[in-house]
Design a binder for this molecule. Sequence first.
Ligand SMILES: NC(=O)c1ccc[n+]([C@@H]2O[C@H](COP(=O)([O-])OP(=O)(O)OC[C@H]3O[C@@H](n4cnc5c(N)ncnc54)[C@H](OP(=O)(O)O)[C@@H]3O)[C@@H](O)[C@H]2O)c1
Length: 313
Amino acid sequence: MSTAIAYSEFGSADVLSQIDIAVAAPAHGEVAVRVEAVGVNPLDAKLRSGKRVSPPITEPRRLGSDGAGVVTAVGDGVEGYRVGDPVIVFGAAGVYASDIVVGAAHVVRRPENVSAAVGAALGIPIGTAYQTVRSLAIGSDDTVLVHAGSGSVGQAVIQFARLFGATVLATTSDRRADRVRELGATPLPYGPAVEDRVRELAPQGVTVAIDLVGTDEALAQSIAIVADKSRIATLVRGADAAGLGIRAFSGGNPVPLTAQELAWRAEAIPVAAALIAAGAFSVELGPQLPLAEAAEAHRLLEAGTDGKIVLLP
Ligand SMILES: NC(=O)c1ccc[n+]([C@@H]2O[C@H](COP(=O)([O-])OP(=O)(O)OC[C@H]3O[C@@H](n4cnc5c(N)ncnc54)[C@H](OP(=O)(O)O)[C@@H]3O)[C@@H](O)[C@H]2O)c1
């Protein structure tokens, strides 16, 4: 018998509890994975609390889309995987568990020198960051403003934008400014002074703004600073993007991601894994807790924690 985390009503982190689950053999096109680490994402908490609308709960609902572990069984029709292979799981469902069965499209091979914790930290943040940088066609002529550069998505956006040759400015708390600088961006404190500070730091002008915080202030500053609204994107206030005339990639946007955007989100995982293995990309890990302490992990997430929180089954 395996264990998983589930909730039967929307609410605070207290609604999370551990359940026993039966794990079936992988069907055609699937692999079974013994999960060694689970990435805890803001989306998990938004779905659990009901802040992100989802269907009514009719049976215990499992959560989690990102993880890493080792292949324990391979279904028919799956090429390229063997029992024992270390893998990264992304874009799956119910990954807060000790064992899962997922479609092979949700798994990529994990380089030997990429730990399970780092592998579990990739899925949503790395996929989102890479897709956003590709969708906005960021290149060496760009100066990019990232709101919330010290978060998991922000750190990845900074690194991908730098790899594509852009100059990057990123808002952050003072406490986290060194981390943002280390990744190759110029840090600036968030707050009402952002607009003036950006104009001083980037007299050449800012061509792209990416909102990862969702405040009215960040959106207004982006619109004031960047002339071309098609190069302003929010990842948090998708529901408001059309009214503001800016772009959104999910984050509550009623318009679903395009096939190309989804393809970039998937492509990001092997790209980042290879960069990490080569020492050319960095993921900041935060607290690591046993799977049974998922509720505490959500409390930490909602209180604000440095680095990606990881659960260890
Ligand atoms: N649309 C999508 O597909 C998608 C995908 C992934 C994530 N998201 C959303 O994007 C957001 C960020 O995700 P994440 O995983 O990066 O979260 P995270 O790791 O928890 O980071 C959140 C960051 O917000 C910063 N912050 C807090 N208040 C701020 C303010 N007033 N101004 C600027 N920054 C502020 C914090 O920075 P300091 O510690 O420096 O204060 C922290 O680094 C979440 O809302 C998440 O749900 C959307």
